[in-house]
Design a protein around this ligand. Structure first.
Ligand code: MV4
Length: 510
């Protein structure tokens, strides 16, 4: 086993990786940028090295500098976390060339899955279902119209080099193709430096469900079931769950078997995630494979009891997977909310700054994977996610109840966060019934907007303040609140929404 691991990341994931090192008796080495001099991951590591200015290109993306630190400190392995260098083929290769172990898959697997059309070809060869469409980039509008007619409209244009929704266009008829093709191609060129686009049949109102896999370097491979990740805003996940609310064990087994075949086709080792679109008839289609640890890995950990980061490290060290597929048990239900330093009242505008007060939730079934502390300043340079709040319950209803409790305990002063937004979503009956697909968040935000316009128009400031005070009394403190004080505060529509739904009923589990 390794004695020392370099953590090539920052924020909550760097902290999570440091914790896994501690649990294994491994010494963690941190790297940090100018803006992160006082960051939590720097304080928790055994050693920490400055690698450059605040912009990621000069620090967390400066692979050669990071490898140099690993050499200097005699770290035997590098964990890239997610984002930054985690899916850069050249970095994985440079690490191995330096005689250091990359905690992740081979450079070849990263390269294969990074190209979306090659990934489709690999999945099809492996016998996994893929969305009907082309296996290569489409050359021009004429060819696109011909193919779209064959697979029948509506279709979707996607960037070959793509991912993340960039260069994506829905096309509902031949007339729309010309404009859509130019826009998708131009967007693909701008985002990825490659104008190539391919065509897929449009799956309407899909769910986004992904399968976690673990593979060692000796050919053993297992899946750890699914995560439901349909709740996204602008192609960014906001809430994830395990299991999927409409899961049945048969669908899990079929998707798990497909994911394993795809991973095998890529000669995959380490932790990986195979993403699928699932339609309302429970047909599923391969979308892409992520060749790294995912942000939402904790929900799988809470339900399977398996520490995914620990297994990543063991696999990288050449150990044999200690668990067999038949031994995996899925117990209960877990939910994750990504807490961002963003203002939900200002269209999720980033809200960096000093955290003047911090009270984090705890208690039965609550896990807060945080990268911040009271008194620290959230920098402007990076993704503004400050923590992941994860709850576990014996079933989904209990996990939801505990999330509502945990959110009500969460207090962050000095900056805005997405906590009130999550309070509103978790209080929503559609969400509670598990009626979620990739369009849910958009529909939810439209409803919230309509409601706030109604409140803005109908209720005057005093009445609104009185309502907020009453809701505070019932929901939060159960003590009377000074209405004159509340009046001074601007009533947040998110607080309103969350508390209005909480007023309807205390969320009961029966
Ligand atoms: C699709 C689709 C419908 N049909 N492909 C969005 C991001 C990229 N990874 C794939 N995406 C989609 N591909 C076909 N053929 C709908 C989406 C999609 C989506 C997928 C997952 C989660 C949220 C989404 C939001 C909008 C569209």
């Amino acid at each position: 086993m390794f004695r020392k691991i370099l953590i090539a990341n920052r924020g909550e994931i760097a902290v999570r990786l440091i914790r896994a090192c501690r649990d294994l008796g491994i010494s963690p080495v941190a790297v940090y940028s100018e803006a992160d001099r006082e960051a939590l991951h720097v304080r928790l590591a055994d050693e920490a090295f400055f690698i450059g200015e605040s912009p990621a290109a000069q620090s967390y993306l400066a692979g050669e500098k990071i490898i140099e630190v690993a050499r200097k400190t005699a770290a035997e392995a590098i964990h890239p976390g997610y984002g930054f260098l985690s899916e850069r083929e050249w970095f994985a290769r440079a690490v191995e060339d330096a005689g250091i172990t990359f905690i992740g898959p081979s450079p070849g697997s990263i390269a294969l899955m990074g190209d979306k059309t090659n990934a489709r070809i690999a999945a099809e060869k492996a016998g996994a279902p893929i969305v009907p469409g082309t296996m290569q980039g489409v050359m021009n509008v004429g060819e696109a119209q011909k193919i779209a007619a064959e697979i029948s409209y509506p279709v979707m244009l996607k960037a070959s080099a793509g991912g993340g929704g960039k260069g994506m266009r829905i096309v509902r008829s031949a007339e729309e193709m010309s404009a859509a093709f130019s826009m998708a191609s131009a967007e693909a060129q701008a985002a990825f430096g490659d104008p190539s686009v391919y065509i897929e049949k449009l799956i309407e109102h899909p769910r986004h469900i992904e399968i976690q896999v673990l593979a060692d370097k000796h050919g053993n491979i297992i899946h750890l079931g699914e995560r439901e990740c349909s709740l996204q805003r602008r192609h960014q996940k906001v809430i994830e769950e395990c299991p999927a609310s409409f899961n049945d064990s048969q669908l899990r087994e079929r998707m798990g078997a497909a994911a394993i075949k795809i991973a095998q086709a890529a000669n995959y080792y380490n932790a990986g995630t195979v993403e699928f679109l699932v339609d309302s008839q429970r047909n599923f289609y391969f979308l892409e494979m992520n060749t790294r640890l995912q942000v939402e890995h904790p929900v799988t950990e809470l339900v399977t009891g398996i520490d995914l980061v620990r297994e990543q490290i063991r696999i990288a060290a050449g150990e044999i997977l200690p668990i067999k597929q038949e031994e995996i048990r899925w117990e209960g239900s877990a939910i994750e909310c990504r807490i961002y330093a963003e203002d939900p009242d200002r269209n999720f505008l980033p809200s960096p700054g000093k955290i003047t007060r911090l009270r984090t939730p705890s208690g039965p079934g609550v896990r807060d994977d945080s990268g911040v502390y009271e008194g620290w300043e959230v920098p402007i340079f990076y993704d503004p996610m400050i923590s992941k709040l994860v709850t576990w319950g014996a079933n989904r209803v209990e996990a939801v109840a505990r999330m509502i409790r945990a959110l009500s305990e969460y207090y962050v002063g000095g900056i805005r966060t997405t906590v009130p937004f999550f309070q509103a979503v978790l209080g929503d009956e559609e969400f509670q019934r598990g009626e979620i697909d990739t369009g849910y968040i958009t529909r939810f935000l439209e409803r919230q907007k309509a409601m706030s316009e109604l409140l803005d128009g109908k209720a005057d400031a005093e009445i609104a303040a009185a309502i907020v005070a009453a809701m505070d009394f019932i929901q939060q403190s159960r003590r009377p609140i000074d209405v004159t004080n509340v009046q001074a505060e601007r009533a947040s529509r998110w607080k309103m929404a969350g508390r209005l739904s909480a007023m309807n009923k205390t969320y009961r589990q029966d």
